[in-house]
Structure formats: structure tokens, C-alpha cells
Write a protein that binds this ligand. Structure first.
Ligand code: KIV
Length: 265
């Protein structure tokens, strides 16, 4: 595996108390840069439906899309632990369908683990996957595949729902999940779940008392500055840089100053 981080390595980092870092990534070019930054984990998320394909939700994403992008990521990054997302309806319809699709993400995509969205009802399938040798990452809180059931993208786990979320987290852990993403839940609840579990929690919009954090790479780099949910910090404003560079290129082509002699044969 060429030094690629394994589930065991992730467990060791978690046990050491160091916070885990994860970003989403969908292509070779960004995967190379993620390797240079020594970020430990990549999620080939179904958020590619939004940031790569331009959909409003993650629902249209297919298993083949995840496989295609996972393969590109694997070629660009040889050190990160790579988790591939199970897209909408690739596991909800039946246990068997879920197991077959998870297998495809590992076999054809090359991912080391898969992620599924949902609570205790997924426990039997997770058990089967784990027995079959597929590491499973859970995902609770705002699970975007259920956007229509939630009626929008809202913070989850408030009030009475907090108890259910904790029960779900424990059920996923008991079923054998090795890691859990917590998305858009109150920081105190995410901290409580993190305390109660003995697997790492990876937060996105879940405060800073989880075992680690994940963000969509295009979001954290500020490639779309108009997208700014409360939890998101733009660590760069690349939209401005990219548009600036494209304008400079366009102007020089129109003026005839590019290519100059230094860039000609
Ligand atoms: O698809 C995705 O990118 C995700 C993360 C936001 C956790 O599920």
C-alpha cells in the first residue's frame, strides 16, 4: 500500500489524542496537494454531486461516479487513508445491494473504507460489511442524502433528538463502524458523543471537541465565496485568485503579449 495510512494508523493517531485531519477530494490534482499538506484522510464524498457536478443535492450521484473519482484520487495521493462515500440508494434498498456496492468501491475504486449515512437501522448491514472485511465509517446529524426528509439543510440533534443521535452513534459503533462523521450538530452534543464513543468522531459543523475535522476542499479553499455556511472558514480565497489569473491570461492573449519569446519555440 506504499505507506498509505490504514485504519490501524488512524486508530493510533486517535489513541494518541492528536486531532485527525480529513478533507474531501475528487481528483488527481487536488489529491497531490493534499499529500503535500500531509492531511491524513481523504473522503471521496458524494458532495461531488454539488461541487463537481453542479447539482443542488447529493442525490443524483451514482456508484460509478464515486469509483471514477476515487481512482483519480488514489493516483494523486499515496499516503492518505481514503474513504469512499456510498451514494444515495446504493445501500438503502437492501442489505445485499449495500454489500455489493461497498465491494465495488473497494475493488474497482481502490478505497480503503466506505461511508454510509444513517443511524441504528443500518447496524445489521454494517455488521455484514465489517465481517466481509469492509471498514465502515458512519455519518450522523445532517445526513445530506435525507435532505428531503429533513426539509432542508438544518442543524440536527437539538432537544429530544440529541438522545436518539447518541443511541445511533453507539449502535453504529457496536455494529463495528471504525469512525463516525458528525455533521451540523450542536458542539456540546458532538463533544458528548465523542466522550461516549471509543472510535474517532470527525466533525463538520460540530464544534472543536470531536476527534478530528473534515471540510469539502473547494469550500475551505474559497473556490466559491458565495457559499458560506456558518461552520465554514475560507482558509484561502482562491475564487479571486483563479478569476484574476484567468483575466490576466485573457488580457494577454487579446493584447498579443502572451506568448512572448520566452514562451515560444
Ligand atoms: O460527501 C461529503 O463530502 C460528506 C462530508 C461533508 C462529510 O459527506
Amino acid at each position: 500500500m506504499n505507506g498509505r495510512k490504514t485504519t490501524k494508523d488512524i486508530r493510533k493517531i486517535y489513541e494518541s489524542g492528536k486531532r485527525l485531519t480529513m478533507v474531501t477530494c475528487y481528483d488527481y490534482t487536488f489529491a497531490r496537494l493534499v499529500e503535500q499538506a500531509e492531511i491524513e484522510m481523504i473522503l471521496v464524498g458524494d458532495s461531488l454531486g454539488n461541487v463537481i457536478q453542479g447539482h443542488d443535492t447529493t442525490l443524483p450521484v451514482e456508484v460509478d461516479d464515486i469509483i471514477y473519482h476515487t481512482r483519480a484520487v488514489m493516483r494523486g495521493n499515496h499516503s492518505a487513508h481514503v474513504v469512499a462515500d456510498m451514494p444515495f440508494m446504493s445501500y438503502q434498498a437492501s442489505h445485499e445491494v449495500g454489500v455489493m456496492n461497498a465491494g465495488r468501491l473497494l475493488k474497482a475504486g481502490g478505497a480503503q473504507a466506505i461511508k454510509v449515512e444513517g443511524g441504528a437501522h443500518l447496524a445489521p448491514m454494517i455488521q455484514t460489511l465489517v465481517r466481509a472485511g469492509v471498514p465502515v465509517c458512519g455519518h450522523l446529524g445532517l445526513t445530506p442524502q435525507s435532505v428531503h426528509a429533513f426539509g432542508g439543510f438544518h442543524v440536527q440533534g437539538k432537544g429530544e433528538a440529541a438522545k436518539t443521535l447518541i443511541e445511533d452513534a453507539l449502535a453504529l459503533q457496536d455494529a463495528g463502524a471504525y469512525m463516525l462523521v458528525l455533521e451540523m450538530v450542536p458542539a456540546d452534543l458532538a463533544a458528548q458523543v465523542t466522550e461516549e464513543l471509543n472510535i474517532p468522531t470527525i466533525g463538520i459543523g460540530a464544534g472543536n471537541r470531536t476527534s478530528g475535522q473534515v471540510l469539502v476542499i473547494q469550500d475551505l479553499l474559497g473556490l466559491n465565496l458565495s457559499f458560506k455556511p456558518k461552520f465554514l472558514k475560507h482558509f484561502a480565497t482562491l475564487e479571486n485568485d483563479v478569476v484574476g489569473a484567468l483575466n490576466a491570461y485573457k488580457d494577454e492573449v487579446v493584447e498579443g503579449t502572451y506568448p512572448d519569446t520566452d514562451h515560444s519555440f
